[in-house]
Unconditional design. Sequence first.
Length: 271
Amino acid sequence: MSESSAIGVFDSGLGGLTAVKELMRFLPHENIVYFGDTGRVPYGNRSRETIKKYAMQDVRFLKSKDIKVLIAACGTVSSVAGDLGSEFGIPYTGVVKPTALAASEATNNGRIGIIGTTATINSSSYKTAIENIDSRLQVFQQDCPLFVPLVENGFIDRHDIVVRTVAERYLKPLIESGVDTLILGCTHYPILRDVIADVMGQGVILIDSGKETARYAARLIYENNLANPQRLNGVCEYYVSDKVDGFSKIAGLFLGNCINQDVHRIKIEHY
Ligand code: DGL
């Protein structure tokens, strides 16, 4: 491993590409290896043991690519898989800590809402992280299990009646709690940002876990003297565990632009 090695990023699927998009913006000279476990997504409704087992395999694959920093761009893995960095001896961040820090700095009234998958919310990971930063902060949590399948099936339009109805149903208790800051605690949720913003109303600050994590990863790289000395444009290699057809279209949704690049399929169960 050297400074010119890549940053390894993984997610249960393609949602983690919302973090890759921000990484490319903050760290344009860094190479990235992305793994999306498209063959086993979703993780968010599985047991802690299964999520941990999958995460370990995902990291072993990325380690085989000689990465210098590891990012779990997945709210669920970050919440339940523990400190993967110490286990694998590599600088590491999940999405919880950077996002909790950003939310605690953003709130004015001390009331923070969190939305995420069922596994994330059941773990109370964000709540614990926020309360550790400042025990006076009040945290309100809501799982939104239908958000991921909506995004994966292209239901993302803020005016779509189905999307809006689901968003209103999930977000109502958080509005009633008077939160002024809402953590989008799952990497799929920035795709639903418009409808979430409409429903929450003006004045509620939305915190994007992918973006905050990319910002934090940039700090991790500079603090560990791991910046790529080659000042060329970084490249991203993409790996998935299921079919590669249609990858560029769906990946484009998360990355915000189309990619004309090969994607590789791997057998993740071999790691
Ligand atoms: N990537 C997951 C997360 O950020 C959402 C999809 C899933 O349930 O696996 O929590």
